[in-house]
Design a protein around this ligand. Structure first.
Ligand code: ATP
Length: 133
């Protein structure tokens, strides 16, 4: 089976480096599945899960925005934050979710509302990815 070299990088350093058979990301334009031989491209990502498949193994990484770049047999994701399922602090994510929900209810201001919505998305993404560890 052909593989792709995948690098997931944040300002704090690398989060994942490895060879996979398929990578699935949540691009702004929708779900994006990348196999070896995919055309070169760059796409902005949503807050969402990255799924990495190799044989019978599947690994999940929670990614917060950024870009995916596909070149030859190499995929690079540059994200503001990224955590593998097994490094997610679930209690912290649950707390962040509660905080964001109460801010959404109390917020009068558009900017605060949008900020709380994004915080809620980040927290829900982490909670979702954690379930796969
Ligand atoms: P919080 O309010 O808990 O800080 P947040 O969504 O505002 O959540 P970010 O600004 O997205 O946090 O991330 C800040 C740093 O903390 C990043 O390095 C990110 O990887 C890490 N991080 C945030 N939440 C978690 C979590 N639940 N588990 C592990 N790492 C986390």
């Amino acid at each position: 089976m052909k593989t792709l070299q995948v690098h997931i990088v944040t300002p704090d350093g690398p989060v994942f480096d490895g060879d996979v058979e398929m990578i699935t990301t949540k691009a702004e334009s929708g779900e994006l599945g990348i196999l070896p031989g995919h055309i070169p491209m760059v796409a902005p990502l949503q807050i969402g899960a990255v799924r990495l498949n190799k044989g019978t193994e599947t690994e999940f990484v929670a990614v917060n925005g950024g870009f995916v770049e596909v070149q030859q047999e190499k995929v690079t994701i540059l994200a503001q934050t990224a955590e593998k399922a097994d490094s997610i602090d679930i209690a912290r994510a649950e707390e962040a979710k509660k905080r964001a929900e109460s801010r959404l209810q109390g917020s009068q201001d558009d900017v605060d509302f949008k900020r709380a919505q994004l915080a809620l998305k980040r927290a829900m993404n982490r909670i979702d990815v954690y379930k796969h560890h």
